[in-house]
Design a protein around this ligand. Structure first.
Ligand SMILES: [Zn+2]
Length: 98
């Protein structure tokens, strides 16, 4: 098993990159691709059907961990999952009920 990272795990991501990636996320959110994905109404993490309106865009690899706003790195997540996961990588966090 690889060594676990401890607090202080945030990689250095400069403000300009974060700004750019957040802007890209906004664009993605407005895209037909995202609307189709969200329309299913199912949370990627816990698998619950919460309805499209309750789904938020979650970065699988958070921006502050070096993730990017690309189609391969964003998933629809319910608010509790998004709040709980925060800056965790998928390997560091187990969705509720999984
Ligand atoms: Zn969920």
């Amino acid at each position: 098993m690889a060594e676990r990272t401890t607090p202080g795990f945030l990689v250095e991501v400069d403000e300009a990159t974060l700004k750019r990636e957040r802007a890209k996320a906004r664009e993605l959110r407005a895209s037909p691709w995202w609307k189709r994905k969200r329309a299913a109404g199912v949370c990627h993490w816990c698998g619950r059907e919460v309805g499209a309106a309750a789904l938020t865009m979650d970065h699988v690899v958070p921006l502050v961990r070096g993730g990017r706003s690309t189609k391969g790195n964003v998933v629809p997540a319910c608010k509790p999952c998004n709040d709980e996961k925060k800056y965790s990588l998928p390997t560091e966090w187990t969705p509720p009920g999984r």
